[in-house]
Design a protein around this ligand. Structure first.
Ligand SMILES: [Zn+2]
Length: 190
C-alpha cells in the first residue's frame, strides 16, 4: 500500500476537552474560585428510570416551543453555570460550576448585582440536606488566590456536550427559504 502523504491538518483531530462540570453531590461540599459571572438558564429537573427500576434525577435545558418537558411546569428550575477554578487535589483545574437558585441568590446578595464582583470570589458550596436535589448553600471565604487567576471562559460548550445539544442544528432555518430558485426555462421567459 502506498503511503498517502498529506500536509493537510487532520480533519478528525479532537478538540481540546472543555472544562468538566462540577456539581455538589448529596451530602457533599466543595470549594471553588469564580472567574466571572454565571450563565443563567431555565432547566427541567426530571426523574428518569435506571435499568434496575430506580429513578435518577437529571437536568435538561428548557427548549421553549419545542421543549418535551414543558408540560410539567413543576419541574422547572433556574440554574446557573459559572467559570471557576477547582483546586481540591492541589493542581488548579478549570471547571464549570453548577449553581442552584439558592446559591445564585446568595452570590447575587454578596456581589450586589455587579457581574464584575464575581471574579475571584472563593465559594464553598454544600447541600442543605442529604437529598440529591436539596438546596445548595454558599459560604464565602476571604482568602486571596495564591496563583494568577485565569481568564473567564465560555461555559456553553461544556453544557452542549453534557446535554448532547447541537447549537448548529438549532440555527438551521425551520422553514425552507422563501425565495425559491427560478427554474431555467422560466428564467428565459423573465
Ligand atoms: Zn421546557
Amino acid at each position: 500500500m502506498p503511503i498517502e502523504w498529506s500536509d493537510r491538518p487532520g480533519q478528525q483531530r479532537a478538540r481540546p476537552p472543555s472544562p468538566k462540570l462540577l456539581r455538589v453531590r448529596a451530602a457533599g461540599r466543595l470549594g471553588a474560585r469564580l472567574l466571572g459571572p454565571a450563565q443563567r438558564v431555565l432547566t427541567h429537573y426530571v426523574a428518569e428510570p435506571l435499568g434496575d427500576g430506580k429513578l435518577v434525577g437529571r437536568t435538561y435545558p428548557c427548549l421553549g416551543p419545542t421543549c418535551r418537558h414543558c408540560p410539567a411546569p413543576e419541574t422547572l428550575r433556574e440554574k446557573a453555570y459559572a467559570p471557576a477554578v477547582w483546586s481540591s487535589a492541589g493542581t488548579p483545574a478549570l471547571v464549570v460550576l453548577e449553581l442552584t437558585e439558592a446559591a445564585l441568590d446568595a452570590i447575587d446578595d454578596k456581589t450586589g448585582g455587579d457581574p464584575a464582583a464575581w471574579r475571584g470570589l472563593l465559594v464553598e458550596l454544600y447541600r442543605a440536606s442529604r437529598a440529591p436535589n436539596a438546596r445548595v448553600l454558599v459560604r464565602f471565604h476571604e482568602r486571596p488566590p495564591d496563583y494568577q487567576l485565569p481568564e473567564p471562559f465560555d461555559v456553553r460548550p461544556t453544557l452542549y456536550h453534557l446535554w448532547r445539544y447541537d447549537p448548529a442544528a438549532d440555527a438551521a432555518p425551520a422553514e425552507p427559504p422563501k425565495t425559491l430558485p427560478i427554474e431555467p426555462d422560466k428564467r428565459k421567459q423573465a
